[in-house]
Design a binder for this molecule. Structure first.
Ligand SMILES: [Zn+2]
Length: 132
């Protein structure tokens, strides 16, 4: 009589073989882009090295360099203009916002910041990124 562990072993072998087979197929799909991919990585590394020569911070989400004068959202997790959330997020996701001292902001505080932006003529879809 076959033990249950024998069945499990057989199922594992089959599942594992399928993953390996599909892995090989996926590698073949990537092959045509291999050279360009490495060339683009090298080019990015070169620019990154050149960025290091300048005083800057990095966007926590996409790693883009943020230079003096660029618009961004500051704090413990700086976000570039493209990654910074819109003001509407203060209402939709207040749990993600903190005060300047790093303490979590209350939904009421977030509502105040949102209302102040709207009262100043802003729109809920405006990016929260500001000049450095
Ligand atoms: Zn970014």
């Amino acid at each position: 009589m076959m033990k249950i562990t024998d069945t499990l072993k057989q199922r594992w072998r089959e599942a594992s073989a399928l993953v390996n087979q599909i892995d090989e197929e996926r590698m073949k799909l990537l092959e045509p882009t291999e050279k360009r991919w490495h060339a683009s990585l090298d080019a990015l590394q070169l620019v990154n090295d050149q960025c290091q020569a300048h005083e800057h911070i990095r966007c926590e989400a996409c790693q883009a360099p943020i230079f003096d004068g660029d618009h961004y959202l500051g704090g413990d997790t700086p976000l570039c203009e493209e990654c910074a959330p819109p003001y509407q997020d203060l209402i939709d996701a207040p749990e993600f916002f903190v005060h300047g001292d790093g303490n979590p902001a209350t939904p009421e505080q977030c509502r105040e910041w949102f209302d102040a932006h709207i009262a100043a003529g802003g729109s809920p879809s405006d990016s929260m990124a500001r000049p450095a």
